[in-house]
Design a protein around this ligand. Structure first.
Ligand code: ADP
Length: 494
C-alpha cells in the first residue's frame, strides 16, 4: 500500500494521515467547499474537492469518491468514523474497484449495522444480553405484553439506530403505545428503517466498551476497555481507560466476550464492542461499532498500540505482530471531547469563528484537532473541535493534567465543552470514580458552571484585595491569576 485516500475530514483525517506518513504512505485528502482551508487539506500530499458543503453532496458521495480514488490510483481508502465508515455498500464498491477498504468486510458491517441482526449473530457465543426482544416489534399490544414480562421501565430502540438517536424510555404501560408510534416514525425518518425493539432499561448503568483488533488470519485480540459513562443525549463527552470498576476477572470475561462478538461476524480490523454494566458488575452486550472509534486515543495511550497503523497493516493482509499475552495496561488516559456546544444551554451547538484558538501542550497532553485560529466551525458537520487527551502514570495524574490542559486551552468565538470538562474533573463523583450514564442529569446544571465561575471570581476578588493590601499593585493582576490557579489546584487535591 503506497497511497491511501481518507474519505473524511477534520481531526480524524489528520490523525490517519499522520500514521500513514510514519509508514511512508502517500495520502490523498478529500474536502468539501466548506473545508478548503482546513488543516487536513494542507497536510495531505494531494487533495481533491469533492463537492459543496452539505455532506450528502460531498463526504457521503461514495461513487464519486471511488471514481476519484481510481483516477488517482490509490491502493486503499480509510473512511474514519461517521460518513461512509459503516456503509457496507461503500466498502463493497471499494473492494470491487480493486481498492482496499481499511476496515472490516461488508458482511460484518451489515450484520453489526443492525442491532437486531447483531444480537442474532452473537447468540451462539453465550454473550450476556440486556433482557428484551430479539425481533422487531410490530404492534403496541405485543410491546405491552413483552414490557410487562421484563418489567418497566423499558427502552424502545431503533434497530438501525446510532448516535444516541431513536431511543425512548417508557416508564408506564399507559405511555407505551404513543412512545412506540413516535419511535417508529423517528426511526423511519432518521434511518429509513422503522424496526424497533424493546430492552429492559438498566437503571444506573456504566457504558464500558472493549477495543478489538482482528487480522485476516483468524487472530483476534482485545485492547482492554474504555469507560464512556459521561454522556449527554446518550452520547459520550468524557472517556477514560482503564475503567476504575473492572476487576481483572470481569475485564478478562468482557474481553473474551468482545473477541467472541468479533468472531461471530468474521471481523477484520479495529472495532469496538459496547456493553452496559450494572452496579453488580453484570455486563450486557449493546452493539458493535465496526470502525475506528472517536475515543480510540485513550486505548492507544494505555496499550502503546497505534490503532491506525494496525488497521493499515491488517488491510495489507499482514498478521498481528502480537498476541493477547503481549498486551498490558500502562498508566491512565482521559479524553474530553471539545465540542462547539454551550454546556450552559443544554449543550446546543454554538457555531462561529475561532477568534482565539491556542491548544495546550506539555507532558502527557495529546490534542487531536482539525482547526486553527480564525477558522469557522461549519454548520454542516459534527461540531467537535478537538479531542483533548491526557495521560498519566495513574488516574490522579491524568486528571491533574486534564485540569491543567483545560486551563491552558484558549478558545474564544464559540462556546465549548471545556468548562463542562473542568466541572467533571473537579466533581467528587468523577474523582472517586462513582459515575454512571446519568452523571449529567444527576450532577450538572447550567448553574453549576455559573457557580464555578462565581467561586473563581469570588476567590480572585479576595486575593486581589489581599495583594493590594500588601502593596503588590503593579504585578497584582498576574499574581491574582497565579494565585487563583493555585487555589483551583488545591481545591482539586482536597
Ligand atoms: P447508539 O447506537 O445510538 O449509540 P447504544 O445502544 O450504543 O445506541 O446506546 C447508547 C447509550 O444509550 C448507552 O451508552 C446508554 O447510555 C444508553 N442505553 C442504551 N441501551 C440502554 C439500556 N438498555 N438501558 C439503559 N441505558 C441504555
Amino acid at each position: 500500500m503506497k497511497k491511501i485516500m481518507i474519505a473524511n475530514r477534520g481531526e480524524i483525517a489528520l490523525r490517519i494521515m499522520r500514521s500513514a506518513k510514519e509508514m511512508g504512505i502517500q495520502t490523498v485528502a478529500l474536502y468539501s467547499e466548506a473545508d478548503r482551508l482546513s488543516p487536513h487539506v494542507q497536510y495531505a500530499d494531494e487533495a481533491v474537492c469533492i463537492g459543496p458543503p452539505p455532506s450528502n453532496q460531498s463526504y457521503l458521495l461514495g461513487d464519486k469518491i471511488i471514481k476519484v480514488a481510481k483516477e488517482l490510483k490509490v491502493d486503499g481508502i480509510h473512511p474514519g468514523y461517521g460518513f461512509l465508515s459503516e456503509n457496507a455498500d461503500f466498502a463493497e464498491a471499494a473492494e470491487k474497484a480493486g481498492i482496499a477498504f481499511i476496515g472490516p468486510r461488508s458482511h460484518a458491517i451489515r450484520i453489526m449495522g443492525s442491532k437486531l441482526a447483531a444480537k442474532e449473530a452473537v447468540k451462539k457465543y453465550d454473550i450476556p444480553m440486556v433482557p428484551g426482544t430479539d425481533k422487531a416489534i410490530l404492534d403496541a399490544k405485543e410491546a405491552i405484553a413483552i414490557a410487562k414480562k421484563i418489567g418497566f421501565p423499558i427502552l424502545i430502540k431503533a434497530s438501525a439506530g446510532g448516535g444516541g438517536k431513536g431511543m425512548r424510555v417508557v416508564e408506564k404501560e399507559e405511555e407505551l403505545e404513543e412512545q412506540m408510534q413516535r419511535a417508529v416514525s423517528e426511526a423511519t425518518s432518521a434511518f429509513g428503517d422503522g424496526s424497533v425493539f424493546i430492552e429492559k432499561y438498566i437503571s444506573s448503568p456504566r457504558h464500558i466498551e472493549i477495543q478489538v483488533l482482528a487480522d485476516t488470519h483468524g487472530n483476534v485480540v482485545h485492547l482492554f476497555e474504555r469507560e464512556c459513562s459521561i454522556q449527554r443525549r446518550h452520547q459520550k463527552v468524557v472517556e477514560e481507560a482503564p475503567s476504575v470498576v473492572l476487576t481483572p476477572e470481569v475485564r478478562q470475561a468482557m474481553g473474551q466476550s468482545a473477541v467472541n462478538v468479533a468472531k461471530a461476524c468474521d471481523y477484520v480490523g479495529a472495532g469496538t464492542v459496547e456493553f452496559l454494566i450494572d452496579d453488580q458488575l453484570n455486563y450486557y452486550f449493546l452493539e458493535m461499532n465496526t470502525r475506528l472509534q472517536v475515543e480510540h486515543p485513550v486505548s492507544e495511550l494505555i496499550s502503546g498500540v497505534d490503532l491506525v497503523k494496525q488497521q493499515i497493516l491488517v488491510a495489507r493482509g499482514e498478521k498481528l505482530a502480537f498476541t493477547q499475552e503481549d498486551l498490558s495496561i500502562n498508566g491512565h488516559a482521559i479524553e474530553l471531547r471539545v465540542y462547539a456546544e454551550d454546556p450552559a444551554n443544554n449543550f446546543l451547538p454554538s457555531v462561529g469563528t475561532l477568534s482565539t484558538y491556542q491548544v495546550p501542550q506539555g507532558p502527557g497532553v495529546r490534542v487531536d484537532d482539525g482547526y486553527a485560529e480564525g477558522m469557522d466551525i461549519p454548520i454542516y458537520y459534527d461540531p467537535m473541535i478537538a479531542k483533548l487527551v491526557t495521560y498519566g502514570k495513574d488516574r490522579q495524574e491524568a486528571i491533574t493534567r486534564m485540569v491543567r490542559a483545560i486551563d491552558d486551552y484558549k478558545i474564544n468565538g464559540v462556546e465549548t465543552t471545556l468548562p463542562f470538562g473542568a466541572f467533571v474533573m473537579r466533581h467528587e463523583a468523577f474523582i472517586s470514580g462513582n459515575i454512571d450514564t446519568h452523571f449529567v442529569k444527576d450532577h450538572f446544571s447550567a448553574e453549576s458552571l455559573i457557580s464555578e465561575n462565581e467561586a473563581e471570581a469570588h476567590v480572585a476578588g479576595l486575593l486581589a484585595v489581599h495583594l493590594l493590601k500588601k502593596g503588590k499593585t503593579a504585578k497584582s493582576q498576574k499574581s491574582v491569576g497565579q494565585a487563583v490557579s493555585k487555589w483551583k489546584q488545591n481545591r482539586l487535591r482536597n
